[in-house]
Design a binder for this molecule. Sequence first.
Ligand code: AMP
Length: 427
Amino acid sequence: MDADVSTEPRAPTGTHDVLWPESWRWEELTASFARQVERANYGLVVSPMFEYAEIFRRGIGVDSDVVGKEMYEFADRDGRVIALRPEGTASVARAFIERRPTIPWKAWYVTPAFRHERPQAGRYRQHHQLGVEVLGSADPELDIEVVTIAADFIEGTGVRKVELKVNSMGDATCRPAYVDRLREDLEKRKALLCDDHRGRIGGNPLRILDCKTAECQAAIEGVPKLVDSLCDPCAAHFRRFREGLDELGVSYTLDFRLVRGFDYYSRTTFEFTAHSIEAAQNAVGGGGRYDGLVEMMGGPPTPGIGFAIGIERLLLAASAEGTMHEHPPPPDAFVVDVVGGGAARGIVTELRRAGFRVDRAFDGRSMKAQMKLADRSGADVALIVGPEEQASGVVTVRTLRRHGGQCTVPRSGVVAEMHRRGHDGDE
Ligand code: AMP
């Protein structure tokens, strides 16, 4: 169905524009994430927003909701089946296989993710993720590092009502036998499961543990837990992971239902749940170990672990808790030019090159209109050039915020005057 072009254009359902100053929070979040992960020696990876659909089918699994029901797929003009990235990990694993960076490869990213979900508050068809992936080490110390980075980042935003849940999904040695036992057990409870899952016990029964419906949640009370049937190496890994978190003071709860929706997870899984936002959309981030993923995608056996945090969700939680409400800094100065605009051009350029935040008016507006704009911009001072100033080679500096009055400075002394007034600049 084509969009109706007779009305005003609208963003596609489930997508949204983020305009300034709201986008300031996005800048802050991304910058603080970059600072946090780069302190731990993670490097930015930028990879395509779309891949051959096969990458996600093999990596995430065709019976996952994300691939089976929600992926944006289309044939491009060459007839290749392309998919918009529904999450970040499979692309990073593909890039690893193709480029073979030295291991352990510690990468971070910020990316949109596309899922054809039913839109509601906190659930979009394009959302945005901040994430890390580490490829090439199975050391539980890495699980501790990755979870601690995520926990510290969330804490740094001021969001406090967040619960870290952890679990272990075991590995190819211990999980299959557990899955069989779980399937048998669920068969007995079949009638109690939700409509969607009643007929799906034969598929991946782990998904039922993760089902959010009241029916499934009640039905799984008392089912066997995977943490109780881990093989020795998986149990040792999980123990070390938890001891590490305890030692660092990172608090968490054990949640046997936390199996996460993708096929590629093994051993450690974790999720951050925000209690300040609506229950159905309260996962602000999550991740885990995926030791089989790279091999499953056709690369050499390479363990890996990562997480992704949803920017929109974290900002929802921040708003609900009243944190991250800083406003973007206003300009240091606003240049008012009523002599044709050329004077403003010179002054703003000189000040910007010196590191100041400076704005100006356009379209030859009146003095009154420009002063109004200067006021509205929140700038500390207006730098005014009228015919008299121009004739005597000076600029009037009028303080806007405080009761500061005004003075004149030589045109050549504007940068020095701004420094004198204590604005940052780069000097
Ligand atoms: P996932 O890859 O499903 O673990 O998602 C990682 C994080 O992205 C989640 O914890 C959410 O914070 C966020 N997220 C996932 N799906 C959506 C969505 N449809 N809309 C908004 N945020 C989402």
